[in-house]
Design a binder for this molecule. Structure first.
Ligand SMILES: [Mg+2]
Length: 283
């Protein structure tokens, strides 16, 4: 039996997720900081979209402005470290460029900015704007008869933003089945646990009430993510949302159990330990 037949699509994507985590740790170590907890948590979600040959997105890595591409909007600009790793996985940016993360003249600034980075569709960081942009892009693509799709990765903290729900209402009103929201539900936002800052549950029921087809999965389970996308494809009559329950620091046990912090502190000597822990978890 050949290697190809042994490796399923899910296995290949899970391997890509490990590489995304490894790359995120590398960038974190280069800068001595980064939103590493979120990057480790969302790596499986990004791998499902960006793994070369297996990912959900229709992309041309060597032509990031190709008009037929699926648009992936990162409204949470502080997740840039994770998206850079995914873009390297997709072949849009060279892996060796990751080491320039956050440096002067680098195309990879610490927060995601569209004018700097190939494959970065919007500048994020001021939360609550991604879905509105996705709505406009979805309308524009449909108007032009362009079959490309629009995905917006947003955080559970962004569900606090009224503009997110205005956009949700507009997408449903206009029947934008070419728009899919992906919500990273890690239970944490800048000011603390979402349960304490502003209760977001029941997340699924809220999106459904706004007219969206909602699917909720374990965001650290690649087969579950793939099944969720299959279900979304089977409902092409409305905008869809893939709600992903993820765990901060996933893949590095000593970071998973660290006191949860939006900007997780990692000591200088811990980056190497984190890399070893990641390999131990996945090998
Ligand atoms: Mg969060």
């Amino acid at each position: 039996m050949t290697t190809t037949t042994i490796e399923t699509k899910a296995t290949r994507i899970a391997q890509a997720a490990t590489r995304i985590r490894r790359s995120a740790l590398l960038m974190g170590e280069v800068q001595g900081q980064g939103y590493i907890g979120q990057a480790l948590g969302v790596a499986d979600v990004l791998a499902v979209f960006y793994t070369r040959g297996d990912g959900e997105l229709r992309l041309r890595p060597d032509d990031p402005h190709w008009d037929g591409r699926d648009r992936f909007l990162l409204s949470i600009g502080h997740y840039a470290i994770a998206l850079y790793a995914a873009l390297a996985e997709a072949g849009t940016i060279p892996p060796e460029e990751l080491e320039t993360y956050g440096a002067d003249e680098s195309r990879l600034p610490m927060s995601g900015m569209a004018s700097y980075t190939p494959g970065m569709e919007i500048s994020g960081g001021s939360l609550g704007h991604g879905l509105g942009v996705a709505c406009g892009m979805g309308l524009g693509l449909r108007h032009r008869g362009n079959p490309a799709r629009v995905f917006n990765l947003l955080s559970d903290g962004e569900l606090d933003e009224g503009s997110t729900w205005e956009a949700a209402m507009a997408c449903a009103h206009h029947g934008l089945s070419n728009v899919t929201a992906i919500v990273d539900v890690n239970g944490l936002q800048a000011d603390g646990p979402t349960t304490g800052v502003l209760r977001t549950e029941p997340v699924t029921a809220k999106w459904e009430a706004f007219g969206w087809h909602a699917v909720r999965v374990d965001g650290n389970d690649v087969p579950a993510l793939l099944a969720g996308l299959d279900e979304i494809r089977a409902h092409p009559d409305a905008p869809s949302v893939l709600i992903c329950d993820t765990r901060i620091g996933h893949g590095v046990p000593f970071l998973e159990t660290r006191e949860k912090a939006h900007f997780m502190p990692v000591a200088e000597h811990e980056w190497d330990a984190a890399r070893h822990a990641l390999e131990g978890d996945r090998s």
